[in-house]
Design a protein around this ligand. Sequence first.
Ligand code: ES4
Ligand code: ZN
Length: 326
Amino acid sequence: DALTDFIRRLPKAELHMHVEGSLEPEMMFDLARRNRIALPFPNVEAVRAAYSFSRLQDFLDIYYQGAAVLRTEEDFHDLALAYFRRAAADGAVRCEIFFDPQTHTDRGLPFGVAIEGLLSGMAAAETELGLSTGLILCFLRHLPEDAALDTLKAAEPWLDRLLGVGLDSSEAGFPPSGFQKVFKAAGERGLKRVAHAGEEGPPAYVAEALDLLKVDRIDHGNRALEDDDLTARLVREGQVLTVCPLSNLKLCGVPSLEVHPLKRMLQLGLKATVNSDDPAYFGGYLLDNWVQTARAVGLEREHLVTLARNSLEGAFWTEAEGAPHL
Ligand code: ES4
Ligand code: ZN
């Protein structure tokens, strides 16, 4: 229909998408067969039926389990390329994807397997689809900072091919303050910094991400709205929020899309963007997130253009690329 076509044609960037979260049940079974791994599910329907979550941790437990079918560079290549094809069909022009190396190294895969496979999938997307892509390494915050420091060290040979670092996994009880050393080291190596904050954690975690980790974007940021002074600061500083409406719905951060704060964020002057987070688990890719949220909260064309512009301006373009204008 007209709304979907309008949004598809808007040049957009996706800035918050965990590539392990784009693993569709069909590919999970294909990779399990290819790698001769037994799955604890009889079929794809049973996998999909398990995707019912009441909070972030319910999802994470299943997401880390699903990632176990990823074993070879080819697996990571195929995973990333399948996502990029969907994103390109949705009208994305730029995709900055997250990956969780510790999920793979902790089960014995060499660091290079995941990153080389993803970089190869990104190269294929650039030539085959004309997409601009980037890679962000996320540290798992439920593990100690020393493990994050070891991960940054393991990434050393590939730092020139990384856009930046992020912080994800279980938020409550794992504040940004625990990761100051590794974020400082990443900044000194020329990497951009982002962190999940205010998804389930309190507004204070959003302030910590800015003040202590010096992040360039906030992933989610929803709970910042509970603090008027913090909200005013985010507006004043033009901080980009990578908001994920279907993720918020599936993880029960909002009771329905109709009451999602995206429109309120725009009305307040926050630099919000729309993203899919873990599209295979949360029931929608980039365009699904845009269209369903636009309908549910009643976004006008001018809001949609602002969201697209925010995504292009919030992307970490290299100097050679430069940001396109909308
Ligand atoms: C995640 Cl939705 C979400 N939150 C925190 N960490 C994550 N890793 C993958 N998806
Ligand atoms: Zn996320």
